[in-house]
Design a protein around this ligand. Structure first.
Ligand code: HEM
Length: 193
């Protein structure tokens, strides 16, 4: 929400996509979500810049192993720094810019939000202990955002021109200050009932 309100151009593109898929006479349904590819890019970009758990959940090696030249002894606590992965300049250009377009697939295929084959974004980790709730998590996030952006225009509070997206560093990374924004209905009255 904060990054989208901070970037009105992104909000406009999300609303154009939802209007073209859903129209303005009904609410977004779960079956619409697969067709909202730009919104899927927005969520993927959010997970790149602001993963909820920057170091995921710690794991411990059972046996000694070597991964890409790094030796990991047995019984070692291992963290995956997914926050650093999302800001790695060898992988991503303009790392501090919220740019959902970077995830738009050249062939127009559906955007994968949980990690795809490339392991470039790992909000739910990977492998056999990966989050089993990932499909439900993705659906709930897409549904909540789709409805909020479809039903309302969003702007910073009166007198403010931008949104502060500073985070607190820790095992989870909440916003340093709560999001304040003004919501204005954009659909006909009867649609909300
Ligand atoms: C956007 C929402 C969510 C995010 C970002 C998220 C992220 C994560 C991460 C990073 C892990 C650690 C994986 C690892 O150990 O490497 C995890 C584990 C787990 N998550 Fe989620 N999760 C989300 C939603 C959910 C939901 C909706 C459920 C249940 C309905 C769920 C259930 C679990 C469980 C049970 C584990 C432990 C799996 C295990 O240790 O085998 N999560 N999640």
């Amino acid at each position: 929400m904060a990054e989208v309100i901070k970037n009105p151009n992104v909000l406009r593109k999300i609303q154009e996509e939802i209007d073209s898929v859903v129209g303005r006479e009904r609410m977004v349904k779960e079956s619409d979500l697969t067709h909202l590819n730009y919104l899927r890019c927005v969520v993927r970009e959010t997970f790149r810049m602001h993963p909820a758990g920057p170091l995921l959940i710690p794991h411990e090696s059972l046996r000694p192993t070597t991964i890409q030249g790094f030796h990991i002894p047995a019984q070692t606590r291992v963290f995956i720094n997914t926050h650093a992965l999302g800001r790695n300049r060898k992988i991503w250009a303009d790392v501090d810019e919220f740019r959902p377009e970077r995830h738009w697939p050249a062939d127009g295929s559906r955007v994968e939000i949980s990690h795809g084959a490339d392991f470039k974004i790992l909000p739910f980790s990977a492998g056999k202990r990966k989050c089993p709730g990932a499909p439900l998590g993705v659906t709930l996030v897409l549904m909540a955002l789709a409805r909020l952006f479809h039903c309302f225009n969003w702007t910073p509070p009166d007198g403010e021109t931008t949104i502060d997206t500073t985070e607190v560093y820790g095992m989870t990374m909440p916003k340093a200050r709560p999001l304040l924004a003004v919501a204005t209905p954009r659909l006909a009255d009867h649609t909300y009932h």
